[in-house]
Design a protein around this ligand. Structure first.
Ligand code: PMP
Ligand code: GLU
Length: 400
């Protein structure tokens, strides 16, 4: 008897969460594991935001909220889009969810019919293809390489489009590569989309504030496609609020209303306390607030620390990310080698070897659609990073 549905039987565990689980399990056995697999800021949520959460409890703001989020928060998000991104989204076009993860899942479930194709430039964030599968869509991967800074070209998109293409999804700044699309690159992509009126763009901008290039650019700024862009963002990364579980989307009224209906039948509105805390964050903190800059500067310093050490390891080629908190080095050189005991047959084997022998957790590139690479999250202390990079160097040196 099949207990579980095909839907869940066909779904993979999130590789990022899986590596973190493995690293936690090893830690519980008493090993000194350094976890570079999970992408979450190690900073505490800013004080004013925590106080707003505590005040929400004391003020009994602990009841159900409107499904798409409290009016003040949607207004604050609408103002943020206007002031920081130059985008005109009314509060009615915004749906607040339990993390950007739910916002993306909502978007796919509302747009995709069985058999519809979704273009997913690789490397991609692990959950995109699985969410497309949940919505019974078909994933069409578009490969990119380190030589082109992992960016998809307009020509590649054009040639991947078929009559069944319903959407394209990408993140900028990108998880796992840290690449950031320039305004000109986004415009060129927007022009391709403009010529195909049935295609939607899901633009995942969750790493907006972690951008070493300066100004963040949104693809929704091009008015010739703006009603077909679904802009995803949230409080997890920029404000160090991963556990509060608040993300949001902005879309055309038709799509926003559909997501509201879906959410009303699945989760209802997100946590009332988290919404009050997020209201404080979105209203009072922006990319140039000192609370945000401290984190950005620390991330940039750590990025250089990791890049300097990677440059010192033979056979590794690393990109220089412009945003997010990941480096995505090419490690193919080590595939096929052995330490005399363990044969490294793939990037996944290399991650297991590093976890086992060096007690450092990273995520294999194959989980992001790019075998031969490794994702290192540098959202941890410099001290941890120095120790982790020394251990990685030592373990790799044993392979021949
Ligand atoms: N998109 C990307 C690219 C991410 O890395 C994450 C991090 N988990 C998310 C979306 C979801 O973030 P959250 O659900 O915490 O808002
Ligand atoms: N986005 C983070 C990551 O990629 C968090 C883990 C997850 O939600 O997959 O590691």
């Amino acid at each position: 008897m099949n207990i579980l549905s095909d839907r869940i039987n066909n779904l993979s565990e999130s590789a990022t969460l899986e590596m973190s689980r493995k690293s936690r399990e090893l830690k519980a056995l008493g090993h000194d594991v350094i976890n570079l697999s999970i992408g979450e800021p190690d900073f505490d949520t800013p004080e004013i935001v925590k106080e707003a959460g505590i005040a929400a409890i004391n003020n009994n703001q602990t009841h159900y909220t409107p499904v798409s989020g409290i009016a003040d928060l949607r207004q604050a998000i609408s103002d943020k889009f206007k002031n920081e991104n130059g985008l005109d989204y009314s509060p009615a076009q915004i749906v607040v969810s339990n993390g950007a993860k739910q916002s993306i899942a909502n978007a796919f479930l509302c747009l995709i019919n069985p058999g519809d194709e979704v273009l997913v430039p690789a490397p991609y964030w692990v959950s995109y293809p699985e969410m497309v599968k949940l919505a019974e869509g078909i994933v069409v991967e578009i490969p990119t390489t380190i030589a082109r800074d992992f960016k998809v070209t307009p020509e590649q998109i054009e040639s991947a489009i078929t009559p069944k293409t319903k959407a394209i999804i990408f993140s900028s700044p990108c998880n796992p590569t840290g690449s950031v699309y320039s305004v000109r690159e986004l415009e060129a992509i927007a022009k391709v989309i403009a010529a195909h009126p049935n295609i939607f763009v899901i633009s995942d901008e969750i790493y907006e504030y972690i951008n070493y290039n300066g100004k963040h650019e949104s693809i929704a700024q091009f008015d010739f496609i703006e009603d077909r862009v679904i802009t995803i963002n949230g409080v997890s990364k920029g404000y160090a609020m991963t556990g509060w579980r608040i993300g949001y989307m902005a879309a055309s009224p038709v799509v926003a209303s559909a997501c509201n209906t879906l959410q009303g039948q699945t989760t209802s509105g997100p946590c009332s306390i988290s919404q009050q805390a997020s209201l404080k964050a979105v209203r009072e903190l922006s990319h140039d607030s000192s609370e945000i800059k401290v984190m950005l500067n620390a991330f940039e310093e750590r990025k250089h620390l990791v890049l300097d050490r990677l440059a010192d390891i033979p056979g590794i080629e690393a990109n220089n990310p412009s945003g997010a908190f990941y480096v995505f080095p090419y490690i193919q050189h080590y595939i096929g080698l052995s330490d005399g005991e363990t044969k490294i047959g793939s990037d996944s084997d290399l991650c297991l070897y590093l976890l086992d022998k060096a007690h450092v957790a990273a995520v294999p590139g194959s989980a992001f659609g790019s075998p031969g690479y490794l994702r290192i999250s540098y959202a941890t202390s410099s001290e941890n990073l120095i120790e982790a990079m020394n251990r990685i160097k030592g373990a790799l040196a044993k392979l021949s």
